[in-house]
Design a binder for this molecule. Structure first.
Ligand code: COA
Ligand code: ZN
Length: 344
């Protein structure tokens, strides 16, 4: 498997995740979650969105959240905007980066932002001007890039034409979003292979939803094409309110765990991220889809069943089990074969 040495993750849980929570999450708690994620070493956080407050009431406190977060050097704090009005609000609120949204399918774009794709591109042209004046970098996301819940297939030439229009208005970073988890790894590989060849110099991001359990396989397929930027949500929060059947993003801690296990660097402290995820579960008062919070890391070890220790050939004592457990830092009683070095 050909994988990059390092990838950059953008946490989108407080935007893509929180936007579908029915009960208003108090501003202080949103700020707390952003702080925990930054302290875990998240290099990028999509904090909130500057959209119509009646359309997404959960994020109506976007200005307040941006004003209250304490910036950690090394974290880039971004927000999603659909139009220039949103971009002006975001710049005034002090974002480090703007993320824009347009869909690859007309019906989803109309449902999501009440505009045709052409109208959205016009608005995004104005967004680029606002961002340029403020010297704020822009990442342009394309929803339903791999399929639309209303229209089905999104032909690659059509997706390519949307990318072309974004590049023509100055986009240097483009994100392909699998809004309702319709993509499969072979498709992801084919799409990136073609687009990376057609648009050299663009920084590509893959934004996944795990609706059909294909998010991590899709990320691996993109990594094999050389993509190094991925969005994810703590706990696997997430979903688009304007796409039927949408569910959570790929879970941040599950993704970081997978990348850690393969030796791909993220700069993120997995234990702190898991702790942040537990806190988010407490805030939303339900169990989230993430697996690692439930299963523990792959380094987790269990006590030997009764009678097994006595029958093991040689050296496995209960003292060495406990020593191995504390070396692993799992907080669980643990064993490791005495002949092998401790697992990290
Ligand atoms: N923030 C706050 N208010 C906004 C706004 C923004 N970014 N964009 C437009 N408005 C206001 C206008 O000022 C206008 O206000 P007024 O009635 O007081 O004059 C009103 O909204 C209508 O403006 P219009 O441009 O006609 O917007 P619309 O009603 O067609 O809605 C969007 C368009 C894009 C603002 C709205 O569909 C939206 O916010 N969508 C976001 C959806 C989303 O977040 N989806 C999930 C992310 S993928
Ligand atoms: Zn999304």
């Amino acid at each position: 498997m050909k994988l990059p040495d390092r990838v950059t993750i953008c946490e989108v849980g407080t935007r893509d995740g929180f936007q579908i929570e029915p009960d208003f999450i108090p501003t202080e708690l949103k700020v707390e979650v952003v702080t925990l994620l930054a302290e875990a070493g998240m290099p990028r956080i999509e904090v909130t969105s500057f959209v119509h407050p009646k359309v997404v009431p959960q994020l109506r406190d976007a200005e307040e959240v941006m004003a209250k977060i304490r910036r950690r050097p090394g974290t880039r704090y971004a927000a999603l905007v659909p139009n220039d009005k949103g971009a002006v609000r975001a710049v005034d609120a002090g974002v480090d980066a703007i993320h824009t949204v347009v869909s690859a399918s007309e019906s989803h774009n109309l449902a999501n932002v009440n505009m045709t794709i052409a109208e959205s591109i016009q608005k995004l042209t104005a967004v680029m001007r606002v961002a340029e004046r403020a010297r704020v970098p822009v990442g342009c996301g394309i929803s339903t890039s791999f399929g639309c819940p209303f229209e089905g297939d999104v032909p690659l030439p059509h997706l390519e034409s949307v990318v072309r229009r974004l590049v023509d208005i100055g986009a240097r970073a483009v994100g392909l979003a699998d809004t309702t988890g319709m993509a499969n790894p072979r498709q992801v590989g084919r799409v990136f292979d073609v687009l990376i060849g057609r648009f050299p110099g663009v920084e590509w991001t893959l934004h996944t939803h795990d609706t059909r359990a294909m998010a991590i396989p899709n990320i691996l397929a993109a990594m094999e094409c050389g993509v190094t930027h991925f969005d994810s949500s703590v706990g696997g929060l997430g979903g688009c309110p304007f796409a039927p059947g949408a569910s959570g993003n790929v879970c941040s801690e599950d993704l970081v765990h997978c990348l850690d296990a393969m030796g791909v660097e993220t700069g993120i402290d997995l234990d702190k991220l898991i702790a942040a995820s537990r806190r988010v579960q407490a805030i939303v008062e339900r169990t989230l889809p993430g697996q690692i919070v439930k299963a523990g890391k792959a380094t987790r070890r269990y006590p030997l069943p009764d009678g097994v220790a006595a029958r093991l050939p040689g050296r496995m004592t209960s003292d060495s089990q406990n020593a191995a457990g504390s070396r692993l830092g799992t907080g669980h009683p643990a064993i490791a074969p005495a002949s092998r070095p401790p697992l990290q």
